[in-house]
Write a protein that binds this ligand. Structure first.
Ligand code: PEP
Ligand code: MG
Length: 324
């Protein structure tokens, strides 16, 4: 006999009025693949790669990196896998004895990679070679982008690496989508200009919230001020969603907010129908999305858009749940 969970996972990804959505998984380790399959995630929306960086002192060792990516692609066939470049710094691993006063505002993500070119190129080679072997399934995601100039440089480095690889393997074109994390408020505010430069946007609400509210996401003393349900966060998300529509670029959410069932309904209401979350959260989110209509979700999104305080948002959420 099927459990309720199994039934939910096997049912189609559609709202009660037939609008479709896609749910993907955020993972970091191969060991999570069984969970990804059991909840029937449609691929990996965020593959964190910091563990590769942690495990090896000699950078990632390209071969081991490739073996890792291959394992993830094999284990999620035929779905897409979004590989995020190393996002070291901030709350993540920080080595080399380089302490900073404000690590979250410092040398992390793409900022670090652009300075550590050998490390960056090594990871790119491993990812691009994987993309050659799994055409159309690999998406490259860049963390902590905070300027258009960074995207221009990233594209150059990708092109160089592609050419190197083309000469070595006789491939002429590498089928890979390039996307950026939207987790810095200035990028969210100018999302349309960033969207034009890439193939997709992925909103990281964990960092976006901390930067927007000036609240360290790991500081317990002020954790009461940290809320991904803050109306200003929703305003930013709405703006990014509209920027995606205006430029015809897909926008997804891979921050914790996507694993909150009511928030997920609200995201759909704002036009974001691609969500990525920790595998364990997927059945509950799917259950909420399946039992409501897109029409109801749009109404919820409209209410949230008019909210001024966190409690306004929470009231709208409670009302939404009470109506079922
Ligand atoms: C985010 O910032 O929302 C995100 C998904 O990335 P991470 O939690 O790895 O910083
Ligand atoms: Mg982040």
């Amino acid at each position: 006999e099927q459990s309720e969970m199994e039934k939910i996972c096997k049912s189609p990804n559609t709202t009660s009025d037939g609008a479709s959505f896609s749910l993907q998984a955020n993972i970091e380790f191969k060991e999570e693949l069984a969970a990804v399959r059991s909840v029937r995630a449609e691929g990996i929306g965020l593959l964190r790669t910091e563990s590769l960086y942690l495990r090896h002192d000699q950078f990632g060792e390209e071969k081991q990196q490739k073996a890792f990516y291959h394992a993830i692609l094999e284990g999620t066939n035929p779905h897409p896998v979004t590989i995020r470049l190393f996002d070291a710094g901030g709350d993540k691993f920080f080595d080399q004895g380089q302490q900073e006063h404000n690590p979250f505002l410092g040398w992390r993500g793409i900022r670090m990679l652009l300075d550590e070119r050998a490390l960056f190129q090594e990871q790119l080679r491993a990812i691009l070679e994987t993309a050659v072997q799994y055409p159309g399934r690999v998406r490259l995601l860049v963390p902590m982008v905070s300027s258009l100039q960074e995207i221009a440089v990233i594209k150059e480095v990708i092109k160089e690496t592609e050419e190197e690889l083309a000469a070595k393997t006789n491939t002429t074109h590498i089928d890979i989508q390039l996307g950026i994390m939207v987790e810095v408020p200035s990028v969210a505010m100018q999302a349309e200009h960033y969207a034009e430069q890439v193939d997709f946007l992925s909103i990281g609400t964990n960092d976006l919230t901390q930067y927007l509210l000036a609240v360290d996401r790991g500081n317990e003393r002020i954790s009461g001020l940290y809320s991904q349900r803050h109306p200003a966060v929703w305003k930013m998300i709405r703006h990014v969603s509209e920027a995606g529509k205006a430029t015809s670029r897909p926008v997804s959410v891979c921050g914790e907010l996507a694993s909150d069932p009511v928030a997920a309904c609200c995201l759909l209401g704002l036009g974001i129908n691609e969500l990525s979350m920790t595998p364990g959260a997927l059945p509950m989110v799917k259950k909420a999305l399946c039992r409501h209509s897109l029409d109801e979700m749009r109404k919820l999104a409209a209410q949230v858009s008019e909210s001024i305080t966190v409690s306004d948002v929470e009231d709208a959420f409670v009302k939404f749940l009470a109506n079922e």
